[in-house]
Design a binder for this molecule. Sequence first.
Ligand SMILES: Nc1ncnc2c1ncn2[C@@H]1O[C@H](COP(=O)(O)OP(=O)(O)OP(=O)(O)O)[C@@H](O)[C@H]1O
Length: 281
Amino acid sequence: MIRLEQAEKQYKNFHLDCSMEVQEGMVTGLIGPNGAGKSTTFRLLTGLAKPEAGRVEIFGKEISELMAEDRRKIGVVWSDAGFSGYLMGKDLIAVLKNMYPAFDEGWFQKKCEEFHLPMDKKLKDFSAGMKAKLKVLSAVANGDVRLLILDEPTAGMDVMVREQILDLLREFMMPGDRSILISSHISSDLEGFCDDVYLMNQGKIILHEDVDTLLEQYGILKVTTEQYDTLDKEYLLRVKKEDYGYACLTGQKDFYQENWPQIIVEKGTIDQIMTMMVEGK
Ligand SMILES: Nc1ncnc2c1ncn2[C@@H]1O[C@H](COP(=O)(O)OP(=O)(O)OP(=O)(O)O)[C@@H](O)[C@H]1O
């Protein structure tokens, strides 16, 4: 569905060099700290920025070659942009009908009710959570959409709003021929939702892994300086100095548990793995 091959973009003090893929039927997460380059990657994918080198493809075509019928199958939600605040919820229906030939009005209205989105209120008076739900709902209500590109759709949301948005996206994925690329700087947001994640830091992908593998096989070894000296370092991805000795990230936690049963091995959340990858040496 999406393929970036050494796509490069240069800003004054920032260089993006990104290769990644989003497969049909998969939810792929793009995670990374603030300023990592996630939005820049999304701007390349949506044609808002042009790569200086490399390839950026959606549905097997370069972005500039996408036809109107291809574009109709792509839904994009930006964290910092949305509909005019002076529209009322009910005015939006006419706007969406006009934008999407396959707009599912009945479904949209039903969901607005379910999510308690007031149709007779101006969008500028919606809470942040209401705005976030409305943006995702509007993208999903386009019956043609097959690929959603979501820039931090759950950022700053409380746990209930976040789960409502993720449930909506799970429903969108049900038919099996659809895909989502979703970014977040809080990776725990995406745990239990993504099939695979790319971790970006300073414009580069520094890790790509299935979420199941990340959660089952990655671990953080907490070792004293003496234990560290005896460890086989072959399967250590990152090491970070701590007061007690070292924290070591591995993608082969069973190997260390079997061979060094005395050391502490923590499972590690995606956030901890991300922090180790970014801050460790
Ligand atoms: N139009 C631009 N001109 C100059 N520099 C830019 C421009 N857009 C982005 N940058 C720089 O590119 C870098 C990456 O920014 P980007 O917004 O892609 O990061 P991000 O991972 O989306 O961060 P966040 O999680 O904070 O949204 C930053 O250093 C930013 O200042």
